[in-house]
Design a protein around this ligand. Structure first.
Ligand code: FEO
Length: 576
């Protein structure tokens, strides 16, 4: 039902940008921002066919906008929106997901229309508060909540955490049977064809998008598909690419098949949390991030949004369990805990955290009961007494990584033992230097011993470093982050190497007992280093189980002009 199609075109230094508007259902208009020439999404996601950022306007007695667009479409988008509706007449902005390609214009919109109430998940509201740095009216919604816009447009919100951010929800309009999904079911494909009439053109991009963004959370995809089942869907209005209508069952079926296949093949950890209580969702998300760094799947389970048979099956098949304790008054808590304790088994690891809600089920008696059952404690109970900070997030992420490494210990050992062929032994003869990366970001610090380090460019002075994906410091090495590369000295590195090879507990201070002083970029310089470079990350390239970090280095100093760099001779290729 395309009633209006208006393709505006403009020249832009960042590629060709156009805007298409189309009526997709009664009272429902799509604003599709077409980014024809974008060739990269995030750092590792190469685009063949550009992309689109889709936003939607629904007009009943009340008016709602669903998601906005990328900041690069500011003028085009706002001009078009104002031609469609008086901004002062918009009542709600529904935010299905807060990544900047959809939320990039929320600040501009709220500045022009401050009467708007933002409707989003609790996590999305928290993310927006950090993004916008300005007060705004909002309402946190949870799965099953409804918003009646009038004239038949009754919206239902469907929680879809981890697809692919923890903030994600879907919005269903009962009046038009349109399901608005933002990233979910999207694909990076730029074309002014509104719908999926020709699936052969887009199926490769549909699968690449699933593999990159949704596949790592296959269990969460299956949970979201289950929540979608009660709704009769006529079309899926995605946030990227064409809207899905003509082959709807096929697209949904592909998500289901891929996710079931993936979910059966991989170990997973079930994280129980209480979405509406304390800081439970934030802690659960940080733990999940740490687990994902070890390629361990995560199943997020809200205590109040599950049932006993589902919990029994999850706990029986999970490789690890994390319990974020709900309030003692939570309905049905005792039978749920009894089910978990009955289904848990000694091959599992367990982690527990308090949520900061003030009325948590006592944590240590429960920890003791799991230990009596023979479960391995993956990390010490995490006790949240005050509002979490970035340091809390980092501690939780590291705890998740520890748990993921334990879950994967057999697989890691087998892979390591398999590296015994001629090429593996020959690879092990590639030698490099020895270095220690140190990074400080806000109140979070980290460090790691590195040997895959090489000068990668002369102008600008650039360095490439390989960092294993499950390293704690990895999350401090994104584009724009800074760190110090400390060069170790031959004959004077054993103490530092031994110290930084130690296994630190989650959130542990890597620099205790080590002499340091602060670089201009804030990261620690090791006093015993032969030389150091202050570095700024500009690129990350995915390389199998490592990230290749490319950084520029404009500041550096040599402490001992006659010193030699420590050399790292290896005999095996399974580590740097
Ligand atoms: Fe399209 Fe996750 O943003």
């Amino acid at each position: 039902m395309v009633a209006v199609t208006d393709l505006r075109q403009t020249c832009s230094p960042v590629g060709r940008l156009t805007l298409q508007t189309a009526t997709i259902a009664p009272g429902s208009t799509a604003l599709r921002c077409l980014d024809w020439d974008r060739d990269r999404f995030d750092i590792e996601f190469e685009l063949q066919n550009g992309t689109t950022y889709n936003s939607f306007l629904i007009r009943g007695e009340k008016t709602a906008l669903i998601d906005t667009s990328h900041g690069k479409f500011r003028d085009l988008y706002l001009e078009e929106l104002q031609s469609l509706v008086d901004l002062a007449a918009i009542d709600y902005l529904i935010v299905n997901h807060t990544e900047p390609d959809h939320s990039g214009l929320i600040g501009d919109l709220l500045a022009l229309a401050p009467q708007i109430t933002v409707e989003a998940s609790k996590v999305a509201i928290q993310f927006l508060q950090n993004q916008l740095h300005r007060p705004f009216d909002f309402q946190m919604v949870k799965s099953g909540d409804r918003l009646d816009l009038g004239q038949g447009h009754e919206l239902t919100f469907i929680s879809a955490p981890n697809l692919h951010w923890p903030d994600t929800m879907l919005t269903y309009d009962a009046g038009t049977q349109v399901l608005y999904t933002c990233d979910v079911f999207g694909l990076h494909y730029c074309d002014d064809t509104l719908y999926d009439e020709m699936p052969a053109l887009v199926e490769a991009d549909f699968q690449l998008y699933y593999d990159c963004l949704m596949g790592p959370n296959a269990r969460s995809v299956l949970a979201a598909l289950k929540r979608m089942e009660p709704f009769s869907i006529d079309q899926i209005a995605t946030g990227h690419g064409p809207l899905l209508r003509y082959h709807l069952a096929d697209w949904v079926g592909r998500y289901r098949t891929w996710s079931e296949t993936q979910a059966q093949a991989e170990p997973y950890v079930a994280i129980f949390y209480a979405g509406e209580y304390g800081y439970s969702d934030r802690i659960a998300h940080a733990l999940g991030q740490g687990l994902l760094k070890t390629a361990t799947a995560v199943e997020l389970v809200d205590w109040l949004d599950t049932d006993i048979p589902a919990v029994r099956e999850l706990v029986t098949t999970a490789a690890g369990l994390v319990l974020g304790l709900p309030p003692q008054s939570a309905p049905g808590l005792e039978p749920m805990l009894s089910t978990i304790l009955a289904a848990a088994h000694p091959k599992q690891a367990i982690g527990l955290f308090e949520t900061g809600g003030g009325q948590d089920e006592p944590i240590f008696p429960l920890r003791n009961r799991f230990q009596e059952l023979g479960l391995k404690a993956a990390f010490e109970p995490i006790l949240i007494k005050v509002a979490p900070t970035e340091a809390t997030d980092k501690l939780c992420e590291e705890a998740g990584t520890d748990l993921g490494q334990w879950v994967n210990r057999d697989r890691t050992q087998k892979q390591s033992q398999a590296l015994d062929s001629g090429p593996d032994q020959a690879l092990g003869r590639l030698s490099t230097g020895l270095y220690i990366l140190t990074a400080q970001k806000g109140d979070v610090s980290s460090a790691m011993l590195a040997s895959w380090v090489i000068q990668a460019s002369i102008q600008p002075p650039g360095v490439a470093i390989a960092v294993a994906k499950d390293r704690a410091i990895e999350s401090l090495l994104h584009g724009g982050d800074t760190f110090v590369l400390n060069v170790l000295e031959e004959g004077n590195y054993q103490r530092l190497m031994k110290h930084f090879l130690k296994r630190f507990p989650p959130g542990g201070d890597r620099f205790e007992g080590i002499a340091t002083y602060a670089a201009a970029n804030g990261s620690p310089i090791l006093a015993a280093a032969l030389a150091y470079l202050e570095c700024t990350v500009t690129h990350r390239l995915e390389a199998g189980d490592h990230w290749i970090i490319y950084c520029t280095a404009h500041v550096g100093r040599v402490a001992k002009p006659d010193g030699l760099t420590a050399v790292h001779h290896r005999r095996a290729s399974n580590h740097y």
